[in-house]
Design a protein around this ligand. Structure first.
Ligand SMILES: [Zn+2]
Length: 547
């Protein structure tokens, strides 16, 4: 945000920009960096926050709430660095903060000064609208709370910032004292706040009652209304949509629904529903197709494994279990999905399991770009059934399945490298630390390569050794990350020993893929999954294995 400052003429420039797009007619307001960051276990550095802001801007949200400058040193730092390091194309930054202290003056309040000096064109002020909270938590009078809202909004407007008001605990406040809750909104709007946001801070509302309150407030309100929902009753997205139905035109939410307790309204679900179901353009043209990528990119930054069952953007959101409906999916995919996955940048997937019928294998083959002959379909089904009886699973290992299909089509196993041997040692040192070291010998492109790798565990060490050997010929393998590793011991059947199944999830900057290995030995099972993972990574980069 190079040109944003607090001078009035600069703010009018940001108004002009918002008039172009995102249209000021409807606000998509993201609070991942402030409310989302409250999620248990989430810790974002300033660099993380800047990276997430870039991703959200790339998606095309209208506003990015960056944090609470003045109250939190990291957030002060974020706004300082944002001025030179963020070049936002769509979004405007919003600084979040409270109204001035009781009994003081906004112009003299240090926290209000931090908002004023944040460089953000928008300030979102949180205010109490629940009478009991004013008296018990804020320990002031209802009149003084209104004066705090009026004074702070007026002051920031005079200083040239656009002001939104988050009315905290609004719905509880409305139940307790509706005229006071609405009076807080009225005072804020009169002082110049151009959005007043109704917050279901405790997250306990249900859609019908919430919509009813929104409709009644709208009749008495002169400002634009917004909605901010938490998911404690599992209704955050539904509540947000019903508020839109009732007339709000500003929605708040967080990436992947991050937030404290049960999370906030998932902004991706909200936006996809508005665009695809309400047919309302709330993102710049063409940006919705970036949503799946952005959702995963944000997960990479937060280091929270993506929920694969997330609506619209999950890895499983459009995954169909094979069998009965596979043949119908082949006729018309829309018979079995609510929207076309491509609209949100996701893909339909057919899951392959021992229940796999001919139709699902044919569909799956087609998705991978192969027109399988009836014989090839039979061979694939035969191999899948045989391997699944030995403990393999392809439902959760798409990439390994694709390699199997490719080998059937090629009529032989084709790989970019052949492994001569590997070795791994695990050492517990006198100081109590445990370290692993692996050595891998392999041949690729006619060259014999040897590499070692160290890691905190044997699989980690093997992964590093395998990739550092191959990186000599394929440098782009450095971009792969092993993101998830699952081990399951499977009971032996019919007198056989127990086997170990390992599932590995690998990612590059665009996608994730899953591979599988099965063996009596957990390290060998892991190795098989790693080999598949790297092979698939090379295929993704356009490297065809030699015949
Ligand atoms: Zn909240």
């Amino acid at each position: 945000m190079p040109e944003q400052a607090t001078a009035p003429d600069v703010v009018s420039d940001s108004f002009r920009r918002s008039a172009a797009f995102p249209s000021d007619a409807f606000h998509v307001y993201d609070t991942t960096l402030r409310d989302g960051a409250q999620q248990e276990g989430l810790a974002l550095s300033v660099a993380d926050k800047l990276a997430i802001a870039r991703h959200l801007d790339d998606l095309g949200v209208g506003f990015i709430e960056g944090g609470w400058p003045g109250a939190n040193p990291k957030d002060t730092e974020f706004f300082r660095r944002a001025q030179t390091e963020l070049d936002l194309q769509h979004a405007q930054l919003a600084a979040f903060g409270a109204t001035r202290r009781p009994g003081g003056r906004a112009a003299d309040d240090p926290l209000v000064a931090a908002l004023r000096e944040s460089g953000a064109p928008v300030v979102t002020l949180v205010a109490k609208s629940y009478d009991r909270h004013v008296e018990l938590a804020l320990r002031t009078t209802l009149e003084e709370n209104l004066a705090m809202v009026r004074d702070t909004v007026t002051h920031l407007r005079e200083e040239g910032q656009r002001v939104f008001l988050d009315a905290e605990h609004f719905f509880d406040g409305y139940r307790s004292n509706p005229s006071y809750a609405v009076e807080v909104l009225r005072v804020a709007a009169e002082a110049g706040a151009d959005v007043t946001v109704l917050c279901d801070t405790n997250g306990g509302m249900l859609p019908a009652e919430l919509a009813d309150v929104v409709a009644r407030v709208l009749e008495q309100s002169s400002s634009r209304l917004g909605i901010h929902c938490h998911d404690d009753a599992g209704c955050a997205v539904a509540n947000t949509l019903s508020a839109v139905d009732a007339g709000v035109s500003h929605v708040q939410g967080t990436a992947n629904g991050y937030g404290e307790r049960c999370g906030n309204a998932n902004i991706f679900s909200v936006v996809a529903n508005l665009e695809l179901k309400h047919r309302r353009e709330v993102l710049p043209a063409g940006r919705l197709g970036e949503m799946t990528r952005v959702a995963h990119a944000v997960s990479e930054v937060t280091n929270v494994a993506p929920n694969q069952h997330m609506p619209y953007v999950g890895h499983s959101s459009f995954a169909h279990k094979a069998g009965l409906h596979a043949s119908a999916v082949r006729v018309d995919p829309m018979l079995y999905q609510h929207v076309d996955p491509e609209t949100v940048g996701n893909d339909m997937r057919m899951l392959v399991s021992e229940m796999a019928g001919r139709a699902s294998v044919a569909v799956k083959g087609k998705q991978l770009g192969f027109d399988l002959t009836p014989d090839q379909v039979d061979t694939v089904i035969g191999q899948v059934k045989d391997l699944e009886s030995k403990g393999w699973t392809f439902e959760a290992a798409d990439a390994s399945f694709e390699l199997l299909v490719r080998d059937v089509v090629a009529g032989e196993r084709r790989r970019h490298f052949t492994v001569e041997s590997w070795r791994v040692i695990v050492e517990r040192r006198p100081d109590g630390t445990v370290a692993s070291e692996a050595t891998v010998k392999l041949e690729t492109k006619g060259e014999r390569l040897l590499a070692t790798g160290e890691g905190n565990g044997p699989v980690n060490a093997l992964d590093r050794a395998l990739r550092s050997a191959l990186e000599q010929s394929y440098p782009e393998l450095a971009e792969l990350d092993l993101v998830d590793y699952k081990v399951r011991i499977l009971e032996g059947t019919h007198g056989t020993d127990a086997v170990t199944r390992v599932l590995v999830e690998t990612s590059d900057d665009e996608a994730e893929w899953d591979t599988v290995g099965v063996h009596e030995n957990v390290i060998e099972a892991s190795w098989m999954a790693l080999e598949d993972a790297v092979t698939f990574g090379l295929l993704r980069r356009g490297h065809e294995p030699p015949a």
